[in-house]
Design a protein around this ligand. Structure first.
Ligand code: NDP
Ligand code: 8X3
Length: 269
């Protein structure tokens, strides 16, 4: 859904360089759009070049400066080559949004598929680490930066059949805390945004393209949108230098946690 972020430009202070992983859809695309609308320079990344090209064209038409990089976060060498080859003007990344990620499958542990497990751990955990490793030393050298890791309520609680996805997001939770401790005193903020259910392509990917099953996840209540998460991400990066949101756990008003979602068809007692 195209949303106008004109209001954002009215209080954006000065242009920053923002790298968003997984900008071809969902949260990442909306995050790229909101920073671009604020006048920031945006590096958009993902595996699907066609989508990156389309987004770049859209944002450029609106006056934004955009650089698109195709790489798979699971491949350390691809990540390093792509980021090392950025020109000096794009290399000074002020904000890194580690968003690329996925759930693959929803099975009891005894029925789990090891390909799904590899995908989730390699993307959500190792991919986030590879990108961070390529970006953080520059931030340390410059003495400034902000890392925003997209975690999940699945990184706070474990639900039935969520096993490995939840483990990967618990790892993001731990890595975020570790980053914040290790980078203390270096002028770098580390924030985690931990959303509950939001309607993106997430469930379509989780259920390997089964549209009915994916739609069902959001039936009977209003889930969050990608734009909701983009606004919170932007907000978390717009605070004064002495303030850092460490962790923002956010759900739709219909969701209490990983276990309780109030759907319309449920009886109220
Ligand atoms: P989408 O499926 O809409 O977007 C996922 C993005 O991640 C895509 O741009 C995809 O790009 C990218 N991505 C996936 N695998 C890779 C890879 N190997 N290399 C590079 N990029 C990759 O889902 P969401 O926007 O919902 O998900 C974004 C993040 O938010 C994920 O980390 C997810 O776990 C998390 N999250 C989602 C919630 C939800 O309910 N939607 C709730 C809580 C957290 P491409 O396929 O082009 O590579
Ligand atoms: C996505 C939210 O509840 O599907 O991280 O795990 S949930």
């Amino acid at each position: 859904m195209a949303i106008s972020y004109e209001w954002i430009a009215t209080f954006a202070p000065m242009s920053k360089t923002v790298l968003v992983t997984g900008a071809t859809s969902g949260f990442g695309e909306a995050i790229a759009r909101i920073f671009a609308a604020a006048g920031d320079r945006v590096i958009i990344t993902g595996r699907r070049t066609d989508r990156l090209t389309k987004l770049k064209n859209d944002l450029t038409k609106e006056g934004a400066e955009v650089f698109a990089l195709t790489f798979d976060v699971r491949h350390e060498n691809e990540v390093n080559v792509a980021l090392a080859n950025l020109s000096p003007s794009w290399k000074s990344i002020d904000i890194l949004v580690n968003n690329a990620g996925l759930a693959s499958g929803l099975h009891h542990i005894q029925d789990g598929n090891t390909e799904d497990w590899d995908k989730m751990i390699d993307t959500n955990v190792k991919g986030l680490l590879y990108v961070s490793k390529a970006v953080i030393p520059g931030m340390v050298k410059r003495g400034r930066g902000h890392i925003v890791n997209i975690g999940s309520t699945a990184g706070k609680e474990v639900y039935e059949r969520g096993n490995v996805y939840c483990a990967s997001k618990h790892a993001v939770d731990a890595i975020t805390k570790g980053m914040r401790i290790d980078l203390l005193g270096k002028g770098i903020k580390v924030t985690q945004i931990s959303p509950g259910a939001a309607e993106t392509e997430f469930s379509l990917v989780r259920f390997h393209g089964d549209e009915d099953r994916a739609k069902n996840v959001y039936n009977g209540y209003q889930p969050m949108s990608a734009e909701d998460i983009a606004e919170l991400t932007y907000y978390s990066t717009s605070l004064p230098p002495h303030l850092c949101i460490n962790d923002l756990v956010v759900t739709s008003t219909s969701q209490a946690n990983s276990f309780y979602i109030k759907r319309e068809e449920q009886s109220v007692e």
